[in-house]
Design a protein around this ligand. Structure first.
Ligand SMILES: N[C@@H](CCC(=O)N[C@@H](CS)C(=O)NCC(=O)O)C(=O)O
Length: 367
């Protein structure tokens, strides 16, 4: 009998790591298969329209693309031990950290994979080759890896990884590791003894790239051993174990992480919203392209330019919706927390042009 769910992806893939950790935590009946050349050709490209991983396929052949959609689809089918906290403030923090992991920490992840390539060349190339052609010899896999990894290597300048920003990226990442290390010295997961959607957002970049590629993995093991242990825990969780902290409590040790997120990531998110709105005003009824040119950004004190990723609005909307749905005492507590971490004004943004995903397509439309 085949499994109820099949996850097509790869050990080297950031977003596959997010979905895999979730499936394991929920104790679901799944198999993971590599996204081989054949899988891309016969399943992913025909059904999604682009070569992107991971995708989840059910035993009755429904396909779900995008890890947030995958998690929400599975949460609806398997509601025991939800990964979205009930408490309004915990849920807000979890959504913000999912967004941060998914969309911003891709920057250090891709930096530490590709800017130090000379020191981990064979490992990286072979990983790409092994996913594409699991049966090929090691040399052949390295050769295939060189070819198919080219678009990823070539994308780092678009992500904002350049000579002028690398120091800032490394500084911000070192700061994050120190902050998270302090947190995970005290707690198993972000919000207690159960992983939340925020943990799954963070594990994407912190496993496949930063916790597994040889150079950043050594850095993490050496400088942030508690984070490294959290990475292991996320990959070998007690299925459906643990609880969120009582009384909707958000540990103080997360405040510095949220403050960095608000300082670096939220200005980028707000500008994506503004640029998406402009595009949708200019192209009513159109499908938003995945990338809308370049815009300035700052991280760890360094400034550069990076691409405007229209999709970011879709994840950011989830944070805004959560904040804006809070009432009374929950709202007051959220305001205090957000004012402390410098995110209050950004969270009060009213979106003029909401976006939605169309199942099976990567471009967004106006909701
Ligand atoms: N938001 C998507 C992102 C998926 C994604 O970007 N996957 C990468 C590999 S980890 C990829 O296949 N990129 C190719 C592309 O974006 O065209 C998710 O959560 O699944």
């Amino acid at each position: 009998m085949s499994a109820q769910y099949t996850l097509y992806g790869g050990e080297l893939s950031l977003y596959t790591g997010k979905a895999r950790a979730y499936l394991r935590y929920k104790g679901l009946d799944f198999q993971e298969l590599p996204a081989t050349r054949e899988v891309y050709k016969t399943i992913i490209v025909p059904r999604v329209g682009a070569p992107i991983v991971p995708v989840l396929v059910t035993d009755d052949d429904q396909l779900v693309q995008d890890t947030t959609e995958i998690i929400d689809f599975l949460e609806a089918r398997h509601p025991a031990c939800p990964v979205y906290p009930q408490g309004g403030l915990q849920r807000l923090v979890a959504l913000m950290l999912e967004f941060y992991g998914d969309e911003w920490l891709v920057i250090p992840a891709m930096h530490y994979r590709w800017s130090v390539l000379d020191e981990q060349y064979d490992f990286i190339m072979r990983e790409f080759g092994a996913m594409n052609a699991p049966g090929a010899s090691e040399e052949e896999q390295i050769r295939i890896g060189e070819k198919i990894s080219a678009p990823f290597r070539g994308s780092i300048a678009h992500l904002g990884i350049t000579k002028g920003t690398i120091d800032g990226i490394e500084r911000a990442y070192a700061e994050l590791l120190e902050q998270l290390d302090g947190h995970f010295a005290q707690y198993d997961y972000l919000l207690g003894s159960r992983p939340s959607i925020g943990d799954f957002g963070l594990i994407g970049p912190l496993y496949a790239h930063l916790g597994r590629d040889p150079v950043p993995r050594a850095l993490m093991e050496r400088t942030a051993p508690h984070v490294y242990r959290w990475v292991q825990r996320m990959n070998r969780p007690v299925p459906r174990g643990g609880e969120f902290l009582a009384d909707d409590r958000v540990p103080d040790s997360l405040l510095p992480v949220l403050a960095t997120m608000c300082r670096d990531h939220l200005p980028d998110a707000l500008d994506v919203v503004a640029r998406n709105a402009q595009w949708l005003r200019d192209n009513p009824g159109g499908k938003l392209p995945r990338v809308l040119g370049m815009h300035p950004f700052t991280t760890g004190g360094a400034s550069g330019e990076r691409y405007v990723h229209s999709y970011a609005q879709w994840l950011f909307q989830r944070c805004l919706d959560q904040y804006q749905s809070l009432r009374d005492e929950e709202r007051q507590r959220a305001d205090i927390l957000l004012a402390t971490v410098g995110g209050l004004e950004a969270m009060q943004t009213r979106i003029t042009h909401r976006v939605a995903r169309v199942p099976g397509q990567l471009e967004l439309v106006e909701a």
